[in-house]
Structure formats: C-alpha cells, structure tokens
Design a binder for this molecule. Structure first.
Ligand code: HEC
Length: 218
C-alpha cells in the first residue's frame, strides 16, 4: 500500500519535470497554442523587465556578468550619493565646531581631505620648515594638529582665517599664503572642518587654546 503510493507520487513528480523540460507546461485552457504564447511572453517579459529602455537595452547587451557589474555599480553610486547627502544634511546644521559630534567631524574630515590636506598634510602636520622665521612672509603651511601656533587662535579666529584667508589678518609687509575659502565652502562646511581639526587635539591643547583666548577676552 505504502509502496504503491510512493511510486505513484514519484511518477507524478517525474511527469511534472518532463513537462517543464519540454517547456510545454499546460495552461488553464490546455490548448497547444497557448503553450507557444506562454513561451513568447516569457521572452518579451525579459526585455521589458527594466522600465528605462536605454538602460535596459544596454544591460541586455552586456550579458549576465556585465549586467551584474552594471547593476552593482549603479547601486554603489546610489549609496555613495545618499551617504554624502545625509552627511551634508546632518553636518550643515552646525555653526560651531563641536569636537564631540561624529556627524560634523565626519563631514569635516571629508572636506579637510579635499580642501586642506594638500597644504596642511594628511595628518594635519603642516609643511616642513614652518617653525623657522619668515619676517616677510611665505611661511609654509602651519600644523593644525595643535603642534604649532594654532592654540593662540580662538574658534572664531580659525573660522575667519579659513574663510577670508591669512592676508586679511597680516600686515601688508607680510605675505601670507593661506588662501580664503569664502567662495568654495559654506560657513557650515568650514565649521565642520574646524570640528574635525579640533577632534585631533588632546585635552591639553584644548586647555591651552582656552587659556590663550580667555587672556585676550576673545
Ligand atoms: C595653498 C595651501 C593651503 C591650503 C589649501 C590651505 N592652507 Fe591653511 N595655511 C597655509 C599657509 C601657508 C599658512 C601659514 C600662513 C602664514 O602664517 O604665513 C596657513 C595657515 C592656516 C591657519 C592658521 C594657523 C596658525 O597657526 O596661525 C589655519 C587655521 C588654516 N591655515 C586653516 C586651513 C584650512 C581649514 C584649510 C582648508 C579649508 C586650509 N588652511 C587650506 C596654506 C594653505
């Protein structure tokens, strides 16, 4: 009894696979014509699965491997744009340099690398020779990591130097090579960079800055 039922089920299964193999799965109406139509539909569906025809056609031409890479690339670009957008949105709300704010620091790090690292260094270490005397100017970029003279500047000084450039705050006889970023960066962008800069400072440097700027009633 049990034996014969198993056999029966086995035959039924095999029957289904047979039909799949022939690609003539019966439709509800069971006519031979409808088998053919179904097959065609399947193909058409494949072409139409992407709504944007140009991209769809391009992807079809790429083949399965290329299609996979293409889609992976589109997704990667999408994620990157979304990430940059949210980072900007979160960071853009702050007009102070908050060295404990991860979103602002993260935005600042990205902007620092794009705008400042070229002169001030990947580790904010400045350019060699910055500590020498340059009475007429032309000093190499100073360190921003707390090693140099930066502690004598308040947050507002740092912001103003970044926005308007060093020359605005130097005597005419001194050539200050720190450019201003008024045209390239928003105020919030510059505060974010300063939050990142200050996030690299030790508590001692923070304290030094506080003492120096309090003395001047800044
Ligand atoms: C083209 C090179 C260059 C770029 C790019 C640059 N800087 Fe500077 N920066 C300098 C130089 C040179 C000085 C020193 C000027 C001097 O004292 O004569 C300086 C000085 C400074 C100072 C004053 C430091 C102090 O101790 O007085 C700050 C703050 C500063 N830069 C911030 C920035 C920030 C923030 C950025 C990016 C948004 C930036 N800099 C991009 C060249 C550059």
């Amino acid at each position: 009894m049990l034996h014969s039922r198993t056999k029966h089920r086995g035959r039924r299964l095999r029957g289904n696979f047979d039909r799949l193999g022939d690609s003539i799965t019966p439709t509800r109406f069971g006519s031979r014509n409808s088998f053919v139509e179904r097959g065609d539909e399947g193909k058409v569906e494949g072409h139409n699965s992407l709504q944007i025809p140009v991209i769809g056609r391009a992807l079809n031409r790429l083949g399965p491997k290329g299609r996979f890479l293409g889609i992976a690339l589109i997704i990667a670009v999408g994620i990157t744009l979304f990430w940059v957008y949210t980072e900007r949105k979160i960071g853009a709300d702050y007009l102070v340099a908050d060295r404990h704010n991860p979103a602002q620091i993260s935005l600042g790090r990205t902007l620092y690398r794009a705008n400042c690292a070229f002169c001030h260094g990947d580790k904010l270490e400045g350019k060699p020779g910055w500590e020498e005397a340059y009475p007429r100017g032309g000093r190499p970029a100073l360190p921003l990591n707390g090693d140099g003279t930066i502690v004598r500047l308040s947050d507002h000084d740092l912001f103003n130097v970044t926005k308007y450039g060093g020359q605005s705050f130097s005597p005419a006889s001194y050539k200050n090579d720190m450019p201003g970023f008024e045209m390239q960066l928003s105020d919030a962008d510059m505060w974010a960079i300063l939050a990142y800069v200050k996030s690299t400072w030790t508590e001692d440097v923070i304290e030094e800055q506080r003492a120096a700027t309090e003395e001047r009633n800044d």
